[in-house]
Design a protein around this ligand. Sequence first.
Ligand SMILES: NC(=O)c1ccc[n+]([C@@H]2O[C@H](COP(=O)([O-])OP(=O)(O)OC[C@H]3O[C@@H](n4cnc5c(N)ncnc54)[C@H](OP(=O)(O)O)[C@@H]3O)[C@@H](O)[C@H]2O)c1
Length: 284
Amino acid sequence: MLTLVTGVTGQVGRRFVPRLLAQRRPGERVRVLVRDEARGERFAELGAEVVLGDLRDTETLGKAVAGVDAVVNVAAAFRGVPDEEAWAVNRDAAVELGRAALASGVRRFVQVSTGLVYGLGRGRPLTEEDEIRPGGAMWGAYGESKAAAERELLALDGLDVRVARLPFVYGEGDPHLAQSLMWAANWAAAQRLQMGHHADVAQGLLRILHAPGIAGRIYNIADDAPVTAVELHQLNGVEVPAALYDRTDPDPWFVITSTDRIRRELGYRPLYPSVYAARDAGAL
Ligand SMILES: NC(=O)c1ccc[n+]([C@@H]2O[C@H](COP(=O)([O-])OP(=O)(O)OC[C@H]3O[C@@H](n4cnc5c(N)ncnc54)[C@H](OP(=O)(O)O)[C@@H]3O)[C@@H](O)[C@H]2O)c1
């Protein structure tokens, strides 16, 4: 079995691949797609095959999927990129990768997505059955392009597509937790962020990748304890601005997701049920 992983130089991918490699059984191999040869060396040293190229290049896709049994598409463009690039990578290249996978006989395709695709909250934790409701402060090219990719990939006849919707991912030295203040500084005090530690995102992705009989299924991945804007300041050792207490949360259930499905169907249990558990374990 050969598994291709994209986006391995990013925050999620670079922490997922070593775990995928560590859990390999005899005969299982891992291939990674990177854009920069030097950044692929680390993965070669860990035992992965390295393919060089950009996801938007169809020749690259053909090379990347040749002989592959499963794909985990982690790559995305969303950190400060123009909208055109977000659409080109998150939707167009993802769907092309799905088509290339189908054409080359790939058996499983895990699409890494985001809880932002839900759009507006529903007054309760969001479940995978919920329709997308566009809107909210963070709705834009990123969420829309990821939602479109999910839809188009799931519609590819003959490809076993599984979708993983991630929360705000943190831990293991990822600067993301500190970066959360870019938004949280402008939130209401009690406004919440749904979290997930890298170890648990990797756990969820591995379960989704390996489970038989879940073609077409979508799974939320998250921990059990969303944290408030006040706690995000505290966790970062930053004084809570008084203005937070003057604001009202426009949507208290915005991207708060249920993990019932992945717990019940795939046995997922967060190793770090809260950011505090991760902090106490020295895993931030
Ligand atoms: N981090 C989170 O909190 C979070 C939350 C929800 C969902 N997600 C999802 O999780 C996935 C990974 O996120 P991340 O935080 O790890 O993102 P990231 O750190 O920005 O990494 C993005 C990865 O995608 C690769 N990539 C971008 N454009 C590419 C292209 N044209 N061709 C080939 N590779 C390309 C990047 O390669 P280079 O290094 O070469 O740029 C990098 O490896 C994404 O699908 C994202 O939507 C993340």
